[in-house]
Design a protein around this ligand. Sequence first.
Ligand code: C5P
Length: 300
Amino acid sequence: MQSEEQFSITGDALTVRAPAKINLSLLIAGKRPDGYHEIQTVMAKINWYDLLFFEKTAENTLQLRCNGPCWAPDGEENLVHKACRIFLQQSKSSFGLKVTLTKNIPAGTGLGSASSDAAATLLGLNRLAGTGLTSQQLLPLARQLGSDVPFFLTGPLAMCTGRGEKINQITPKFPFGALVVTPNLSVSTKKVYENYTHNQDLYGTLSKKINTLLEKNSIDSLAKICANMLQTSCFRLHPELKALQERFEGLSGRKVCLSGSGSAMYCLFQDEREPRLEDCRSRLKEEFGCESRVVYNNSW
Ligand code: C5P
């Protein structure tokens, strides 16, 4: 399955696609003195996109409008707004902006859409302003915006460490198909981390396994472990998600992994036409009111 191009130009305006991600594994090494957690996560972009439409304006103002099937704030609390401000300030650009965000990916689901929107904004404005900065040069701005933002400047598959902002790209391709289920529930990443209880033994065991597989580039085997050390905390806060995961596993006959801090979960598959998956989708919609989507790895 082909990923769509990231940038398209119409006249003076620019459209940028902001892909979602799933975490193929997420380990926590412990809490840091700065309050963040030291993590080791393998993230993969998927071909499900928010769209950002940028138009330069003569007045020196910044206008953000959000539309689409999912909600996002129009104001300064939107990371897109912050990304615009930071970029315009740093690049000393004097033009105004009208930005339209089409929100297709639900926020608070662990699919990274707000972070991806922010990264797409930096990449888009870099083009629009003709500043010609490399992804490497945009990294300091991305780090200010959030732990997951740097990944979206790079990818499509990477091992991310530190608080998530240190990116080690994984070069061999890992083609996959996944069924992503998005519960109608927005989870606070901050709360999931606050509610997390560290288990050093579990971390030791999992990191040994995962690092061995990474050395061999066995991403397939790594993904099969479905390691997500935030899952217990997320399910303690939202027990209905545990029930959903169990049902999803029963119906699909596969391991179901939580993405990031939740609420989205996914299973990998070989063939999307498998009748069992179709049945699984309609049952989860019927019993839990959950939407689901077939996605593939993104190529950029
Ligand atoms: O970096 P970001 O703003 O996306 O993080 C949201 C919240 O998640 C942080 O305020 C922090 O509480 C928590 N977090 C953490 N450790 C990380 C990443 C995020 O504790 N590695």
